[in-house]
Design a protein around this ligand. Sequence first.
Ligand code: NAD
Length: 497
Amino acid sequence: MVAELNHWVGGASFTGDSQRQAPVYDPATGQVTKQVRLASTADVEAAVAAASAAFPAWRDTSLSKRQSILFAFRELLNSRQGELAEIITSEHGKVLSDAGGEIARGQEVVEFACGIPHLLKGSYTENASTKVDLHSIRQPLGVVGIISPFNFPAMVPMWFFPIAIACGNTVVLKPSEKDPSAALWLAALWREAGLPDGVFNVVNGDKEAVDALLTHPEVRSASFVGSTPIARYVFETATSHGKRVQALGGAKNHMIVLPDADLDLAADAAVNAGFGSAGERCMAISALVVVEPVADELVAKISERVAELVTGDGRRGCDMGPLVTREHRDKVSGYVEAGEKAGAKLVVDGRTVEANGEADGFWLGPTLFDNVTPEMTVYTDEIFGPVLSVVRVQSYDEALTLANQHPYGNGAAIFTNDGGAARRFENEIEAGMVGINVPIPVPMAYYSFGGWKNSLFGDQHAHGMEGVNFFTRGKVVTTRWLDPSHGGINLGFPQNS
Ligand code: NAD
């Protein structure tokens, strides 16, 4: 009998009435370690009801009090992040140091949200018209829904919920059913930090739970992160039910290397960004576009580095862990097979990896393709695994056109020592996050995270001021304190005087 994972509703573990469950694996052993409940529509309704009940009091809780709870949450997370990292590694498979990195990036958003009194300041205009003043305020939406992917079980929910809560909303989070324990652990931490019951709720589940959230009349918004087809579906479903939506989708991030770049630094960056977290990052580099004549030299440097990487159990000090599930590993292996069949040159074949881990782990080693051409599926599709494809081009213009024609536009990077070329790239590339000699340009919490094209549906990116705007509604108040001089009848449209 393995442990059963419940939901978290109203400040306590909640079983619900659904009989459906899904297995949760340890990807490094291939064993089922838990069973997670998959919420029914009624279970989601219970979570929304708890969040709705908690909203009026939380909305009216002073900013100082909300801020003090956020600070307490930050302190608790700092002191216990090791526990959370182990949970992430045991269900996602990423190596422990990488799990720690994801927590640190999520913690930055908590720290940003600690400044909520400043972030929610409105503006005031005295005497906009004679003896008439104006001021603006931002108010919370109510119950907000967050639906997150498997690849960052702590960081992605933390892109949203610290700001949502700080702004006075109450939250229902639906984490990935592949690695749900991090969300439950974070829920218990909120309770310890003093967050009132019902402000933060977790429903575990699949499509049924997501649909229930997206169509529930009391849920005001949906923040989604996941693959592009589901992001599009979430956007269309939730907007047609009157909600505001930010739906972040998939990616195929290009790294362009110009001939003048430092090739050692470029090779380091390509390996780190291509194979970190086994390529299961939405900001992973998967298309390496090299402007000739340096491709031979760069590919040689990358393969030397890849040969040194150790794939294995994330708890054993390896460089790269397993993939999240057997099905996903097999899907990525299928792409390797397809690339080979299509005529790409397989420089390093991850299918033959000897992993430092149990035989049944979901292993696939780093894989490097050269001479990839734009019609091959290893180039067109988001693979979401440790597969790096080198595309050789003759000029900067050819590289830029390639990247701009790709339907995804999450991140893009250029490696060069030419400031003019870098400046041109910054101006011309069609992607939401751009790196100049930085391969994974994930913005800090006080900027916003989000892509262009098929990488984002909706207009507000995650965190930063866009996050504050997303989780609040603006109101402008016009005030006149009446005195006898204001009397008289005038049916005309009010004008300034
Ligand atoms: P996914 O789309 O399979 O799942 C994401 C969420 O949607 C999960 O909570 C899942 O339970 C739910 N879901 C799955 N199928 C559904 C359906 N038919 N209807 C409604 N909900 C459904 O994504 P994943 O495999 O968990 O995560 C990997 C994907 O997420 C990649 O495409 C990656 O690029 C993307 N991602 C994007 C960003 C970004 O910032 N743009 C960040 C992280 C991950």
